[in-house]
Design a protein around this ligand. Structure first.
Ligand code: MN
Ligand code: MN
Length: 465
């Protein structure tokens, strides 16, 4: 035994592991390549839900039916195409509690307003209303795409993806040139670009009809009609999301990272779904909740504050012959969840905003975050020591590389996840997911070993005894 190994055996201090030192690099790289495909394809909550349903159906999942309920039954509940629960019935009764991985599939973006289209200074533009926490300047002068759905008066829904294919035009919001930015440059960052200034460039060619009032706007409307059969009023009943255009990429000369849009929190959604779909024997029934609206407070009937999870569990309970509010209470009380969401990795450019003794580091594994929130732990789910101990035990036994950490310095800000909404149902809950660089930017960075350890952590959690 070398001196170093001998020292390690006797050490009582805690040392993080580096994923790149410990893991098979080929496995890590090929796993990340599959994730990169998903990330390139799915840029909205609806696209993500569609993707996971398709993946799940390929391995035998089907829409929930009480009469099919039995051990090993694979099912899903689709909540309006924007939120999803996938599940597998375990060996034991629901009364022993279920295992839950709760991630979200919405991401910060620019939504089109209900009446987005206008013409000004010889150009047609689209008005947007940003969704979630963005730094507005990051959305200027980059190629953008439009993804979403338009519902016609007939009720027919048209799915739209514009600005992704190589032979397709993209969109953009032009930034102010530095030459005229003398005043702007003196403004604080949150004032330098206004919400009402995020207008997307759409066109400049006038329609043939010289009698028309707004000939450029009219021309783009004609193009939209020719392509999708829509008229302007249809845009009122639409959800069109302006997102960064282009594919996710390998980042770094050594290709250690994946860069792409929406990794908060599709990295966890992907890992959670993958964990459920590849899990072995399950003692406890296992659920993956893919939630919507997390970035704006988890509100609404597709957000984690809604009743979707409770009602889905109630339907499972009924299928097992379990009824009543107190039974639901017992089930929730005995259930265990990982709130599968990302955190912020220490950034060498902004070291002073992190507590270096407690900051998550890229490549050091999936995080276990006892509490999120801000200031004095406000709005936090503060997981119990007992539950932290249990997950730590599960991760260690499963060979997962993991680390503990919290998001940034105490008084610098903070953030929340759906953890508190899971916990208020009675479910034992702790936050766990990878750390990112450039979180909430159009190009977020994740370490490839962290992506793998997140999957592994979720899998051994579902397979818990
Ligand atoms: Mn998140
Ligand atoms: Mn977020």
């Amino acid at each position: 035994m070398s001196k170093k190994e001998d020292n390690k055996q006797n050490q009582h201090y805690y040392e993080k592991k580096n994923g790149w030192e410990e893991m098979d690099r080929k496995t890590v790289m090929s796993h990340a390549a599959a994730y990169k495909e998903f990330l390139s394809l799915c840029k909205t909550e609806r696209e993500s839900v569609d993707y996971f349903i398709q993946q799940a159906e390929q391995v035998g999942f089907a829409p929930f039916k009480a009469e099919d309920y039995r051990k090993g039954y694979k099912f899903y509940f689709n909540n309006r195409g924007k939120s999803l629960i996938m599940g597998v019935v375990g060996e034991e009764s629901l009364l022993s509690g279920f295992s839950l991985l709760g991630a979200h599939v919405d991401a910060p973006r620019l939504d089109l307003k209900a009446q987005p289209l206008y013409e000004d200074d010889g150009m047609a533009l689209l008005k947007t209303h940003y969704y979630g926490g963005i730094k507005k300047y990051q959305w200027l002068s980059i190629p953008l795409a439009i993804h979403g759905v338009i519902v016609l008066e007939s009720g027919e829904a048209k799915r739209i993806v514009l600005g992704e294919a190589d032979d397709e035009p993209v969109f953009t919001i032009a930034d102010l040139l530095p030459h005229l930015a003398k005043d702007q440059m003196l403004k604080p960052m949150n004032k330098a670009v206004e919400g009402e200034g995020l207008n997307v460039l759409l066109g400049a060619i006038p329609c043939e009809d010289k009698e028309e009032e707004s000939r450029i706007k009219s021309n783009v409307m004609n193009l939209l009609h020719a392509r999708f059969g829509i008229k302007e009023e249809d845009l009122i009943s639409a959800e069109l999301e302006v997102v960064p255009s282009g594919r996710a990429r390998d980042v770094g000369l050594d290709e250690a990272f994946i860069g792409g849009y929406g990794q908060d929190d599709r990295i966890c959604a992907y890992a959670a779904a993958e964990a459920l779909l590849t899990a072995g024997e399950l003692k406890h029934s296992s659920l993956v909740l893919l939630s919507d609206k997390e970035e704006i407070g988890s509100n609404g009937n597709t957000g984690a504050q809604g009743r979707f999870l409770e009602y889905s569990v109630a339907m499972m309970a009924q299928a097992e012959g379990l009824h009543g509010l107190s039974v639901m209470g017992s089930i929730m009380d005995r259930s265990k969840a990982l709130s599968a969401d990302v955190s912020a990795a220490v950034d060498p450019n902004y070291k002073n905003l992190f507590d270096k003794y407690n900051a998550p580091e890229l490549g050091k594994g999936i995080l276990l975050t006892k509490y999120t929130g801000s200031g004095g732990k406000y709005e936090a789910n503060d997981a119990s020591a007992e539950y932290m101990g249990e997950i730590r035990r599960i991760f260690n036994a499963g060979g997962v590389i993991w680390q503990a950490g919290e998001l940034g310095k105490i008084d610098q800000g903070g953030g929340g996840t759906i953890a508190m909404y899971l916990a208020q149902l009675g479910i034992e809950t702790v936050d766990s997911g990878p750390a990112l660089l450039g979180m909430h930017s159009p190009f977020e960075i994740a370490d490839k070993t962290d992506i793998y350890n997140t999957y592994l952590g979720y899998k051994v959690f579902l397979e818990r005894s």
